[in-house]
Write a protein that binds this ligand. Structure first.
Ligand code: ADP
Ligand code: MG
Length: 692
């Protein structure tokens, strides 16, 4: 494996090993001595021996080959030290020293130097400014964290060092174990992409958890994570620290879209499960680490208390899971266990009289039921059984089935024996039934992710050169923002538009309307008027006979309200009936072109009923975008109203995606509205902004 020396070294050098207790270089050394079975070489030219180990002046003086170097020297000499490591044949290093990008410009320069040396020499470097790396499968604590992690099959990475130490402290307390535990530091060389790939290949890792503040290589992340999540679930909690682009948005897409939308889209597309908070991160991790996704969303619930059963049922609904309808044969079998007071439907309420034998029997029937694909076992504490007994029941049940079993054993802290029973059987337990359901929903979601469409979007036939020519022409006007005059560009990408021809006089407008021969829409053409209807520059539903008069009246009004605006004329467009939607794009600094779809028209910013994907989007993804907005039923047709041609919207979304990818100089694009009916969908208004 590419990073095997980082996680499974047979020898480690600590460069900058210090004699001073409490110094980072000393803490790392002590941790290594306490954990690691392989060779350890302290490097410090000023000491002969530290903690009984012989010290070396430099790494080149170490008599044998060193797999991994932990670098704890002051920042200014880190680049040289890395070069020495490389010259000595060491290819893997962890830089725990601080004083880089996090302290300002000077540090950023050093970090750049460090990265260049790593790149030129093919060095794998974690950090700088990292706490270090812990690998329980190699008994390696190459960090200055205060404790070693417990063994486990979860691998965790964190961009925040403080968060690393806090998590470790907590995990040791609750008995959560890790395979690898990495503080990423400033990610100058290795980042989350390298680690997810490594851990996907890693036998001991069942689930990858990450705390990230940002992802720099956005497209690469999607490309790689999409592969990894086929076999290894990834859960990410992402702190919202990304800087927004400073440019003022000119489009609805630009205004609505935040950088978090890009992250959400990227996570959806790559099958990464996003946790909203730390609790979710580890709740999801603890279930994904031990259980496999169920085949369906159907859940059987067993409880000894009605109220919490109802809570769990409500939670199922909230997280998109379903209460299984038990088979008649199961109900018959349950008759024997249930008291007269018990509920005979799912959730099965055994009542407070149930002892652990009743649980055992009822649980076995529920598990056997073909309509049940996962089980939530709940209980309130009762004198008739103990939690060590009940947890044994759950643990035994887990042995007999592949169906997920989650516990919501309520009450105070479980006895150590009860905790061990659950832990050894891989049954996660949550105090709150809603939390148990939420964790189960993450498992179900991972099942969906495994099955998700990962095909790469096919290339559509478009006239790219013609579009380029037109774009060049538009750029030459010097206008950064393009309006309806840009409609033709879309034609070259096979995007259906409603022509809007420019009239300079009332007579020209009347002639154009006559040619159209039905109701028309008049729209002002002026590069100073970006939002036409806001300025009184749009008139819908005009009879051809009234066009000349309406033309003049619009011009007169605008000369009052928009005195400075240079008006080229008025565009005449056919009035189209249908639902208004918006299709747009915005360039994101990390992920490239972000595509947006939503219910459109003038209220789009108020409704914000939109969905996002990172371009290029496949047909399946484009369809998901259309189907996932809240207003989708409106597009499907409600109350006797005919639905719209969804396929044509899917087609437009895909073509917009390709247009945006082919023309990265377009920073923002709005097709608003696209008017959709049962007959098709047409772009009635366009606006885009060049960034270069
Ligand atoms: P702007 O966005 O600059 O205000 P639009 O061209 O989008 O101007 O027009 C504003 C509104 O007018 C649209 O949201 C839509 O409701 C209506 N409209 C515009 N063009 C048409 C058309 N061809 N057919 C029907 N309604 C239209
Ligand atoms: Mg518009």
């Amino acid at each position: 494996m590419k990073l095997s020396n980082l996680f499974h070294p047979s020898s480690v050098a600590v460069i900058g090993a210090s004699r001073k207790k409490g110094a980072v270089g000393r803490e790392v050394l002590t941790n290594l001595i306490q954990s690691f079975d392989g060779e350890i070489f302290p490097v410090n030219p000023k000491a002969d021996k530290i903690e009984g180990l012989k010290c070396y002046d430099r790494i080149s003086k170490v008599p044998s080959y060193v797999d991994l170097a932990v670098v704890a020297v002051p920042a200014p000499i880190v680049p040289d030290v890395l070069q020495e490591c490389s010259d000595a044949g060491t290819k893997d290093a962890i830089v725990v020293s601080g004083g880089f990008k996090e302290v300002g410009e000077e540090g950023a320069k050093l970090e750049e130097e460090l990265a260049t040396i790593a790149r030129d020499n093919g060095l794998n470097v974690i950090g700088p400014n990292a706490i270090g790396v812990i690998s329980t499968s190699s008994n390696l604590n190459a960090s200055f964290a205060q404790e070693m992690a417990l063994p486990g099959n979860i691998s965790f990475m964190s961009q925040s060092g403080a968060f690393c130490t806090a998590v470790l402290d907590w995990a040791n307390e609750v008995g959560m174990g890790f395979n690898h535990f990495v503080s990423l530091g400033n990610k100058a060389v290795l980042d989350e992409i390298d680690l997810i790939e490594e851990w996907d290949r890693d036998e001991g890792t069942e689930v990858i958890l990450a705390y990230l503040e940002g992802i720099k290589r956005g497209s690469k992340f999607i490309e790689r994570a999409k592969e990894v999540t086929k076999s290894t679930p990834i859960v990410v909690v992402k702190a919202g620290k990304t800087e927004e682009g400073a440019s003022a948005a000119e489009s609805h897409t630009g205004t609505i879209t935040g950088s978090d939308d890009a992250y959400n889209a990227a996570f959806t597309q790559s099958g990464v499960i996003r946790a909203e908070n730390i609790e979710e991160l580890f709740d999801f991790g603890s279930i994904l680490a031990h259980q496999s996704p169920p085949d369906t969303r159907k859940v059987g619930i067993i409880t000894n208390a009605g109220g919490p059963g109802v809570m769990a049922t409500d939670a199922l609904d909230g997280y998109g899971l379903e209460l299984a309808a038990l088979q008649q044969s199961t109900l018959n079998k349950l008759e024997g266990v249930l008291s007269s007071l018990a509920s005979r439907q799912n959730p099965i309420d055994l009542t407070g009289k149930a002892d652990e034998k009743d649980y055992r029997e009822a649980l076995s029937y529920i598990i056997e039921d073909e309509n049940v694909d996962s089980v939530l076992a709940m209980s309130a504490p009762a004198a008739i059984f103990s939690y060590p007994e009940l947890t044994k029941v759950l643990a035994d049940a887990r042995q007999k089935t592949d169906k997920p079993i989650v516990g919501a054993l309520m009450g105070g802290k479980l006895e150590p024996e009860a905790q061990d029973n659950l832990k050894n059987a891989g049954v996660p337990n949550y105090f709150d039934p809603a939390r148990a359901v939420r964790a189960l929903s993450a498992l179900v979601k991972y099942g969906d992710i495994r099955r998700m469409d990962r095909s790469t979007p096919g290339h559509l036939t478009v006239q790219k050169e013609k579009a380029e020519e037109k774009l060049e022409e538009l750029k030459e006007t010097g206008n950064r923002v393009v309006g309806l005059e840009g409609l033709e560009v879309l034609d070259h990408y096979g995007i259906p538009t409603t022509p809007a021809k420019l009239a300079r006089t009332p007579e020209e407008a009347a002639d154009l309307a006559e040619d159209i021969g039905s109701l028309v829409v008049l729209k002002v053409d002026s590069s100073q008027i970006v939002h036409k209807s806001d300025a009184g520059g749009v008139k819908v539903g005009v009879e051809p006979a009234d066009v000349a008069w309406e033309f003049q009246s619009m011009i007169d009004n605008l000369s009052d309200t928009q005195p400075g605006a240079e008006i080229n004329g008025i565009r005449v467009q056919e009035m189209v009936e249908g639902e208004e939607v918006i299709v747009g794009s915005k360039r994101d600094p990390q992920f490239g072109q972000l595509i947006m779809f939503g219910l459109g028209g003038i209220y789009v910013e108020i409704m914000k009923d939109v969905s996002f994907r990172v371009a290029p989007v496949s047909t399946t993804q484009a369809r998901e975008m259309v189907e996932s907005i809240n207003g989708y039923p409106i597009l499907e047709g409600v109350r006797g109203k005919e639905g719209v041609d969804v396929d044509s919207l899917v087609n437009i979304v895909q073509r917009v995606s390709q247009f945006a990818v082919d023309h990265p100089e377009i920073g923002e694009l709005d097709l608003n509205p696209v008017i959709a009916s049962s007959k098709g969908a047409w772009v009635a208004d366009v606006r885009f902004r060049f960034t270069q």
